[in-house]
Design a protein around this ligand. Sequence first.
Ligand code: HEM
Length: 165
Amino acid sequence: MTFRVITTDLEELNYLQFVIKETLRLHPPGPLLIPRECREETKINGYTIPVKTKVLVNAWSIGRDPKYWHNSESFIPERFENSTNDFKGNHFEFIPFGAGRRMCPGMLFGLVNVAHPLSQLLYHFDWKVPDGVNPNDLDTIESEGLIARRKSDLYLIATPFGLSK
Ligand code: HEM
């Protein structure tokens, strides 16, 4: 699929916003959010969580749960088209920034810093994988750890727009 960005006005880049959402669903940078500690004994779904329990919320697996997402392992940005599903903390099946009063206060700043450079890179360059590489074979596995990143480096060839053959 070719994808040409014809504006860098973030308000107008709906499809790019869906791509960013879908990326955050499948690859939340904080897969287990931030470890929290229970301040008082709490009951959730019949389980008793004792005081001082360290709680890790697995946003990575929630974002891939087939109970909430069709074709949950597939990258389908269009799933967010005409959907109210958002990561602002109201839909607990999609929490790359957490939820509740300790959710990420830098969400909007973080998002603009993803969308703006990405739109500029797509606007000014044509991108392709190196010869002999099939885009479907790209490895998207993440590294382990509190903050996830690509496990293997991504090699792409950027050609200034207008110069590609
Ligand atoms: C795409 C970028 C970002 C992602 C995915 C992200 C994700 C998160 C997540 C998952 C949490 C934990 C929420 C929870 O435990 O419920 C968090 C907390 C936090 N984030 Fe971000 N974040 C991003 C960018 C930023 C930026 C740019 C800043 C600051 C300028 C920031 C500042 C913070 C702070 C201070 C907390 C702790 C909030 C608290 O404990 O009350 N984040 N973030």
